[in-house]
Design a protein. Sequence first.
Length: 151
Amino acid sequence: MLQEIISISKFIISIVTASLAVFKGIAEYRKNATQKRAEYFLKTRDKIFNDPDFNKVCNALDITPTNVASLTVDEKETFLGYMEEIALLMYSELIPKNTVHYMFGYYAILCWKNNVFWSNINKKHRYWSLFNKFAEEMISIKNIDLNNVRL
């Protein structure tokens, strides 16, 4: 009888220990995945915001909208390309939509609504369909939940 109790106790302790190890492993996996997403996001953000063409377009759209006409097609396409990279990260669920909206949505919306920006680029061209979908989605987000802005 005592032998059976000891045997059952060992089995229960083994199950509990194994369960704790599995839960700890899952928690570590999630933590590492979040950390890698954060590193990738920050690297992407730094690459984008350190690009002079991107900054020039952002400043033209935000600070001095009259300067949008002076932007070259190359500067505009570089900006659109970066926005599409962000859209791909969002649609791949590597960055949550609220975070993307918080960090980049403002500029996507300004660009989308600025007719001067699109004066020498065909907004309806299929190559800009990802940006168009992204900008429309950013516009559709009425109230961003700042408690839900995370990686």
